[in-house]
Design a protein around this ligand. Structure first.
Ligand SMILES: Cc1cc2nc3c(=O)[nH]c(=O)nc-3n(C[C@H](O)[C@H](O)[C@H](O)COP(=O)(O)OP(=O)(O)OC[C@H]3O[C@@H](n4cnc5c(N)ncnc54)[C@H](O)[C@@H]3O)c2cc1C
Length: 312
């Protein structure tokens, strides 16, 4: 992660400022506010603002006049009940605002989550930084032979070195050409005073998808949990998963009761279909059931066995 001295000073100044308020605050999240949590090679997430806490969820669920909280035990029980039974609207009462720096190809997956408010850095107005994602060697994987949306073994030796060099060289070359087309160097001076320079909105189209972009992203807690359940899942691409996982300590600090309930009832939970449950009941009754007798497809059976921690 690379932050300039100016950017670091701005963050430090923001962290120094104090505003007295009657609103509920969360000391553990206040301690993290504005700080950049590194993700991938140049990315980060920063919490810019938040509204509400676990008590706000409880307060909304009880439609109470005051804070609405009772003993922690009772609040935890209510939050766990809401989570278990997908009574989701109380979780919509809390909001989180993030500043995210991420490669464009990750942003394309992230932006599919339509229930957020987004404002992206304008590459029509400003010049993008010379930063592009190059995977760490351990993430340079082959195409999975079993899963068309997945990765297989990590590339080794000469092939790995060559691929890494191509990724770096191509991104560097297109970035250098971008600056040449803009006719503007890093200090803002004309590279060639005889040339006019292409508009920023056009010059950017040559850049690779590995180029980093940035946005402010605001979402309510219910939809944030939905985002995390999809993007922290092992089926999600590693690069977006890295961002989802970077948010785990933020969630634990901000809404510890909700986060614990979410982990138990969503993140580490599995859903069985009706036929799977019927199989499970037969198995628990002592019957030996195999895929052919189960009525499940081969793929469903594999997923069922995975969920039970057995080999298919
Ligand atoms: C592992 C993985 C693989 C994927 N592969 C592909 C792929 O190959 N191709 C592809 O195009 N996408 C793919 N996606 C993206 C996926 O289909 C969703 O677009 C993305 O995960 C956002 O989910 P969402 O719509 O539930 O979230 P949000 O947009 O945040 O919406 C949350 C919920 O609000 C409701 N909602 C929001 N907007 C509408 C609307 N306009 N109409 C009706 N209901 C709405 C829905 O109930 C939705 O679930 C993939 C996602 C994952 C996690």
């Amino acid at each position: 992660m690379s932050l300039s001295a100016d950017q670091q000073a701005e963050i430090a100044a923001q962290r120094e400022a104090q505003s007295p308020t009657r609103r509920a605050t969360v000391p553990a999240l206040e301690a993290m506010l504005y700080e950049a949590l590194p993700v991938l090679d140049h990315g980060f997430v920063r919490v810019i603002d938040y509204m509400g806490d676990d008590a706000a969820v409880v307060q909304a669920a009880r439609v109470s006049y005051g804070r609405g909280t009772r003993r922690v035990q009772e609040d935890a029980g209510l939050i766990r009940y809401l989570m278990r039974h997908r009574h989701s609207t109380p979780f919509e009462m809390c909001e989180l605002k993030l500043h995210v720096k991420l490669p464009v190809f990750v942003a394309r997956q992230w932006i599919r989550h339509r229930t957020a408010n987004v404002n992206e850095y304008s590459a029509r107005y400003s010049i993008l930084d010379r930063e592009f994602y190059v995977p760490a060697p351990e993430h340079l994987a082959a195409q999975s032979s079993a899963n068309r949306q997945g990765r297989g073994d990590v590339l080794q030796g000469e092939e790995a070195r060559e691929v890494l060099a191509w990724l770096r060289d191509d991104a560097t070359r297109t970035y250098d050409r971008y600056r040449t087309m803009l006719n503007e160097d890093e200090a803002g001076n004309a590279i060639d005073p005889a040339r006019t320079g292409l508009a920023r909105e056009l010059a950017r189209m040559n850049l690779t998808l590995a180029t980093y972009t940035q946005w402010y992203w605001k979402i309510d807690l219910h939809n944030l949990l939905h985002f995390l359940s999809l993007r922290a899942d092992p089926h999600a691409q590693y690069e977006i998963r890295a961002y989802a996982e970077a948010l785990f300590p933020v969630m634990a600090a901000w809404v510890p009761l909700t986060w614990a309930a979410f982990q138990d009832y969503r993140l580490t939970a599995v859903t069985f279909s009706g036929p799977m449950l019927a199989c499970l009941r037969r198995m628990m009754g002592g019957e030996t059931v195999d895929q052919e007798q189960s009525g499940l497809s081969k793929r469903e059976w594999r997923e069922f066995m995975d969920a039970l921690g057995r080999s298919a």
